[in-house]
Design a protein around this ligand. Structure first.
Ligand SMILES: [Zn+2]
Length: 273
């Protein structure tokens, strides 16, 4: 399945198309709104089932009409109605990106199978988005999201590929970076990679398989070193300071999962197969 192209679906009548796009856009934005709560609560160890949201500055209860994706941010002019504290642009952006992604991934013809594919691609995208922001802001990848990804990659992987692809991919994704980190620890006496990164690779391996996960490790380390060196050169960070590694893993897996043909062309160019 690909981004783009789905919008060009033919045959179902223009009114139905408008309805379908509206439905998928609204659904995507509602999930985006939920992911905003995940992004805020998971790193702070606040339960997602804890009922209502409060303003982080003045603790004012956020009413349902102040919690409408994108629209509320506009009519509140980006400020809390209680204390006037600024609301991060991240909130409407996550909702907007989720709405757009949902429409781009929308199936042409809606049935049980296409909805299953849509749920896979859309929820994986939402997890990637949440993990990316949480890692940049807090330098951690919450276990709950890694476990969710492992479940969805494992079950979807088993439907698409032979069992060996899933099992060996997951094992290599977990053990290869773990061994590397241990070797690094023995030589340098410090921990190189975070546990969250290793668990994320384990989950991704279930879907990407052996070759895919090795490519992911290779390309994300490559991307991470380029950006890391550039960041140090630009004096944005000090040499000893850690930069979150999750975003590099996520960018490479995003390409592998949503643009497989383009990624394959890229790997042929770089490594020759
Ligand atoms: Zn407030």
């Amino acid at each position: 399945m690909h981004f783009f192209g789905n919008l060009l679906a033919k045959g179902s009548g223009i009114n139905f198309m408008v309805f379908q796009i509206t439905f998928f856009a609204l659904f995507g934005m509602i999930i985006g709104s939920f992911m905003n709560a995940v992004i805020y609560r998971f790193p702070r160890k606040i339960s997602i089932s804890k009922s209502r949201s409060h303003c982080p500055s003045c603790d004012k209860l956020i009413y349902w009409y102040e919690n409408i994706p994108v629209l509320s941010y506009i009519f509140l002019r980006g400020k809390c109605s209680g204390c006037g504290a600024g609301i991060s642009i991240q909130y409407p952006l996550v909702e907007l990106i989720s709405g757009v992604a949902s429409v781009l991934l929308m199936p042409k013809i809606v049935d049980g199978i296409t909805i299953l594919h849509y749920v896979f691609y859309f929820t994986v995208f939402e997890c990637f988005l949440a993990l990316f922001i949480i890692d940049v802001r807090h330098k951690l990848l919450p276990n709950a999201l890694n476990i969710y990804l492992a479940l969805i990659f494992g079950s979807y992987g088993l439907m698409q590929f032979p069992i060996s692809h899933v099992v060996y991919g997951g094992a290599i994704g977990l053990l290869f970076p773990l061994g590397f980190t241990y070797a690094f620890y023995l030589v340098r006496g410090k921990i190189g990679l975070g546990g969250g990164d290793i668990k994320l690779w384990g989950a991704l391996g279930l879907y990407l398989g052996i070759k895919g996960i090795i490519f992911n490790i290779f390309f994300s380390c490559f991307l991470g070193s380029i950006i890391g060196v550039a960041w140090i050169a630009l004096k944005r960070i000090d040499k000893g300071q850690a930069i979150p590694f999750g975003p590099f893993i996520l960018v490479i897996s995003f390409l592998q999962i949503y643009f497989p043909a383009e990624f394959q062309a890229l790997t042929r160019l770089v490594v020759g197969f």
